[in-house]
Design a protein around this ligand. Structure first.
Ligand SMILES: Cc1cc2nc3c(=O)[nH]c(=O)nc-3n(C[C@H](O)[C@H](O)[C@H](O)COP(=O)(O)OP(=O)(O)OC[C@H]3O[C@@H](n4cnc5c(N)ncnc54)[C@H](O)[C@@H]3O)c2cc1C
Length: 445
């Protein structure tokens, strides 16, 4: 049996950054045959796709420096060009700042009038109410409500408001600077600076981190964890002994792997909601030089809510003879989607929007299903997470990451959290190895 001081489950951005920052013995186990998690890329039919549109932007200096270091400065930076397709035209994103470019004067007037009647959004009881209070009835009706119902694939009054300040841009007339000097993320805007590896797909960042690590074991899916004897067993029967365990796998799956978890806790974790994605991968027969980087669509007749033109992520992708497009379609038990119609309807839409000359410009299509794509902030989420974390930390099991903490965070924040946890664990390891200390100590939660 192999023993390690810190066993990490999952070589996504969180687990990789944690391993990168550790200065003591660790082992990183990854279920798949490559690293990167949700930031992996797919090479097919001359195109490079990510798992939905990915770009790099961070307010965290430690993460920016880490990425610049591992990529040896080979990061391609450009201005974000995102659009909203609405009322037959493409306007810059977000809708709430650029609705006055819509050619229909009645729509513009409704949006303007609604904005003059907005209420303090601080009093909103849920996301649906927030939208109407913050943006007024016009913007809510013409974009924000249909778009968010389509994106979240559920009744959005069941969603809380705790995540909004980092994700939803303010309306026209409000100054918002994208902060890169540390602190919290701000919503992306048309014109925000974004980055991508100069060569290859988004996963190159994570392959470059992994290349600097010593102990990464691929194709090692953890299926059972014994907290009392501090072991983890993989699907092929390997057993690893650990002193401390850090998991980045989805919390409900972790609890099912853990022996003797009380039934009530497993039931509680089952209440955590998530949104799944079907990402349609399309290859266009030419470079699509005039397409923006992203298009957002609220119209329920167009299956994807977001379409990412991946070959505008870097000059090296732009130079390819074909163009890789990712169309994101959210799925949940509350939403019916005709799966077979997604590719043709998307090609028709792109033709209508003037991006393709004809639907026949799409020369290949495929798709991937992402079961855990977005954690959903239900009203009970904070209480459920707190209970689960307390149970796990009593057993020297820590969790980080998008589904390790059930937080709507991007890869940069995952890396920031991984680095922060590595510093805390390094201190504990130093203390527990020094003479006179027999007991391990846990970092502050
Ligand atoms: C559509 C979409 C768009 C996004 N856009 C962006 C963006 O523009 N920029 C950005 O920075 N981020 C973006 N993100 C978010 C980013 O992809 C995630 O935040 C990030 O990948 C989460 O990292 P993680 O390490 O927490 O988890 P993951 O990436 O999910 O990695 C977890 C890893 O654990 C492994 N694992 C799971 N179970 C086991 C097991 N039992 N044993 C061993 N290994 C296991 C998995 O195989 C996986 O490799 C986007 C996400 C989505 C879905």
């Amino acid at each position: 049996m192999q023993s390690t001081e810190t066993l990490i489950i999952g070589a996504g951005p969180s687990g990789l950054a944690l391993a990168y920052g550790l200065n003591h013995d660790y082992l990183l186990l990854e279920a798949e045959n490559s690293v990167g998690g949700l930031c992996r890329s797919i090479h097919s039919h001359g195109a490079i796709f990510d798992i939905g549109g990915h770009s790099f932007h961070t307010p965290h200096r430690d993460v920016y420096e880490l990425v610049q270091t591992v990529l040896d400065g080979k990061l391609y930076e450009q201005t974000r060009d995102a659009r909203v397709y609405t009322h037959g035209v493409l306007i810059p994103y977000p809708f709430q700042k650029f609705y006055d470019l819509i050619p229909d004067p009645d729509v513009v007037r409704e949006c303007e009038e609604g904005l003059t009647q907005t209420l303090a959004s601080g009093g909103a009881a849920n996301f649906e109410e927030y939208i109407v209070r913050k943006f007024g009835s016009g913007i809510a009706r013409h974009f924000m409500l249909p778009y968010n119902r389509k994106l979240w694939a559920r009744d959005i009054s069941t969603i809380s408001c705790e995540w909004i300040s980092e994700r939803v841009a303010a309306p026209k007339g409000t100054l918002e600077a994208f902060d890169t000097s540390g602190g919290e993320r701000r919503p992306l805007q048309h014109g925000t600076s974004v980055a991508y590896p100069s060569q290859g797909g988004y996963e190159e960042i994570f392959r470059a981190i992994a290349a600097r690590l010593r102990n990464v074991a691929l194709r090692q899916r953890v299926t059972a964890i014994d907290a009392e004897h501090r072991t983890a067993t993989t699907s092929d029967g390997n057993v690893y002994h650990w002193r401390r365990l850090v998991s980045t796998m989805p919390l409900p799956i972790l609890l099912c792997c853990l022996q003797d978890t009380p039934h009530e806790l497993i039931t509680l974790a089952g209440e955590l909601e998530y949104m799944s994605l079907r990402v349609e991968l399309l290859v266009a027969n030419s470079p699509l030089l005039h397409a923006p980087q992203r298009i957002y669509v609220a119209d329920p007749a167009v299956p994807p809510h977001k379409i990412a033109f991946n070959h505008h992520s870097s000059d090296s992708l732009r130079a390819r003879p074909h163009h890789g497009i990712m169309a994101e379609v959210s799925c949940s038990p509350m939403k019916t989607v005709d799966q077979e119609a997604i590719a043709p309807l998307t090609a028709n839409f792109l033709t209508r929007a003037g991006i393709l000359d004809s639907p026949q410009d799409i020369i290949w299509s495929g798709h991937i299903i992402v079961k855990h794509a977005y954690p959903v902030y239900t009203h009970r989420r904070p209480q459920i997470i707190a209970e689960i974390k307390e149970y796990l930390q009593q057993r020297d099991i820590y969790t980080i990451g998008r589904f390790g903490e059930w937080e709507y965070i991007n890869a940069d924040k995952c890396m920031h959290k991984g680095l922060a946890l590595s510093h805390a664990l390094n201190k504990i390891a130093a203390v527990s190895h020094s003479p006179g200390w027999l007991d391990d100590r846990r970092p502050a939660p």
